[in-house]
Design a protein around this ligand. Sequence first.
Ligand SMILES: Nc1nc2c(c(=O)[nH]1)N[C@@H](CNc1ccc(C(=O)N[C@@H](CCC(=O)N[C@@H](CCC(=O)N[C@@H](CCC(=O)O)C(=O)O)C(=O)O)C(=O)O)cc1)CN2
Ligand SMILES: [Zn+2]
Length: 793
Amino acid sequence: MSASDTQLTAPAPLPAATILGYPRIGPDRELKRAVESYWKGAATAADLREATASLRQATRARLVALGLDAASAVPADSTLYDQVLDVTAALGAVPARFRDLCDEHGGLDLDGYFTLARGEGDRPALEMTKWLDSNYHYLVPEIDQDTPISYVGSAAAGTASPADQVRDAVAAGTLPRPVVVGPVTYLLLAKPSDDAAPGFTPLDRLGDVIDAYGHLLMDLHEAGAQWVQLDEPALASDSWAVGRARVLEAVRDAYTWLGAVVERPRLLVAGSYGSLGDALPVLGATPVDAVGLDLVAGGLPHDQDLAALAGKSVAAGVVSGRNIWRTDLDAALTALERLRDALPPGTPVTVTTSTSLLHVPHDVERETALDPQVRSWLAFADQKVGEVQVLARGLAQGREAVAAELAEDARLRAERAAHPGVSRPEVRQAVAAVTEADRTRAPYAERQVAQQARLGLPVLPTTTIGSFPQTSQIRRARAAYRRGELDQAAYEEAMRAEIASVVRLQEEIGLDVLVHGEAERNDMVQYFAELLDGFATTEHGWVQSYGSRCTRPSVLWGDVVRPAPMTVAWSSYAQSLTDRPLKGMLTGPVTIMAWSFVRDDVPRAQVADQLGLALRAEVADLEAAGIGVVQVDEPAIRETLPLRRADREEYLAWSVGSFRLATGGAAPATQVHTHLCYSEFDVVIDAVDHLDADVTSIEASRSRMDILPAVAEHGFERQLGPGVWDIHSPRVPSTQECVELLERAVAALGAQRLWANPDCGLKTRGYEEVQASLRNLVQAAAQVRAAEQAKDF
Ligand SMILES: Nc1nc2c(c(=O)[nH]1)N[C@@H](CNc1ccc(C(=O)N[C@@H](CCC(=O)N[C@@H](CCC(=O)N[C@@H](CCC(=O)O)C(=O)O)C(=O)O)C(=O)O)cc1)CN2
Ligand SMILES: [Zn+2]
């Protein structure tokens, strides 16, 4: 099929089954390998273009082979780094510090594009923040009154624009449906640049953005696209600073205008990550052609809102894009039937996913090491592509047409419920026996005295957040161990050698509280999942976290039991090498849940407390082994905060409660730390206060300590380690920079309860930067400490 053929025929309706998006990383992390070799200089731009074009081709072929309609059911949603950055590039909305990288039309070439993503020299990258309530990170647009905004599209050379993706695909025989972040979400996810006028909000630029999207639609039309999907997940949140009324007005304006573009593909506006709520009737009154509903995270909309969708199609997201459980086919069909009954008669319903499948791995069939029974309960992206088609058939032809699939699903569901690991009476009883006292430590004042007597730390103590560089040597050793080429004793010896060198380095640099460096951990969550009962881990289940970085989320399918201590041998080995306090390092219950695929058959509060109890036992074992400082990381506590305010209180109650359960057994003289990052700390400050940790380290260097006055105002009274080194960038901060940040922190909070530390762990950094930066950090702390002590005399 060529582009001109498709323009001659009438536009086809939205196919009966589709997905909102597909993993972009490739089944064997082809994208990661291609971009990382380009960054290293081992591949040329042409190599990269060829590798990504062939990945896109393979993806389309796979989706067609799995049964999706070659006309408009296959999404074109590939990106070299991030879909929000792609819009920034397509609009030429480049922050001032990068503008010299643009050509005369505002287009970025390949290197310019990556420079926005990764920074360069003294040019910091765009900020990374969590996408909705997920562990995917997008690059935050920076917009002000003067930001250039116009459609540069394909002029953004080298970074296959949506229209280029369509052209490539059409030439190869598929007509995909381009997927682009919608204009309202784009601006809601943006932040005002440093040059923004007082009172400016990115949404003030909606007119320009709509105009640019109008040109984007025309370009897509010209490329032959019959449908385009504009994603508007931001509408699921009611917490944007501009207020809901302004958001709804933006939706009305954007889609009234875009609907009026004459030469455009049909428009599918997809809500996801929750319900559209009152944005649904607003969209219903615009000339868009189809609306996507997330029926997994959101419920069925009100009848009167559905009645207002006359003349449109509806894409019903009944297959979760967020988890890996098989869809309950019976329940999904019921939801689809009720939806169809509530819609104006004859409204076409397309069966789809609740979000893009970017959050789930490719194919569960490849997980041959997984317990076959557990595997049979799971659906990764490719299996979900099958599910939307089964459901579409069931909806169109009636349940009899899919009777075999319904019966098989019911059988597997019953088998899962009956599995002995799914419900372990001793675990349920232990959770039921938890009391408020278990979640409560001695008063902070008493703890503080006991800890100071034990640890004898100076003012402004220095520490790190836990991990040291995960060198390729460490990863190679682990890969060899996994393949059986290195035996357990040799692997453990290699890790101990690494730990010894990390301890020596910290002593030499002069840090006050040391860490063992986490060399033995493949990931801060997967490591624990591999040691706890109730989890399964995958071999190939990679999911993009940001850019080229991936994780393999574990599957939490059963009741959680800790068969044996998980970290004690490593931590006590490290402690045996030094007289300085060594910090034990655990990942907290909320973060273990957030970064795993969590069972959907019991309330999350139950799972959190099971994890809390397992970690509580680990804390006790660390204490018994003589470890006096224990850090329990909760970087995800902000990320999974519900998007709707009304749901937050309940979430915070169980999440904070599970952390307190994990740490509540610690003796007064044991110093409990916690760590948060990517966090917009101010939003959760009250909850963090309730965690009742003795010391909290947070990310603060990029925002130059801006949040500390809010911390002071809140009355947060325990110790705080605001990061003074942005570890997301390879830049080495100078001593002077660290001094300035520490002085700002001292001015806001006083020196007595401050720590000096980096923003986050050092696993993605190299040793050269780490050594230089830590020396500067320790030196800066010494200077500020001396200045404070001089004041006292
Ligand atoms: N789960 C999770 N979410 C998180 C974070 C986190 O640490 N964990 N941190 C924040 C930022 N996100 C991040 C996510 C991933 C990585 C990261 O570094 N990922 C690594 C993989 C880490 C890993 O699983 N490593 C394994 C497997 C490594 C690997 O790829 N091995 C090679 C072979 C090894 C070699 O020869 O080099 C292979 O299997 O092919 C190990 O060390 O054992 C990567 O993409 O490269 C960093 C930050 C927020 N969310
Ligand atoms: Zn962190």
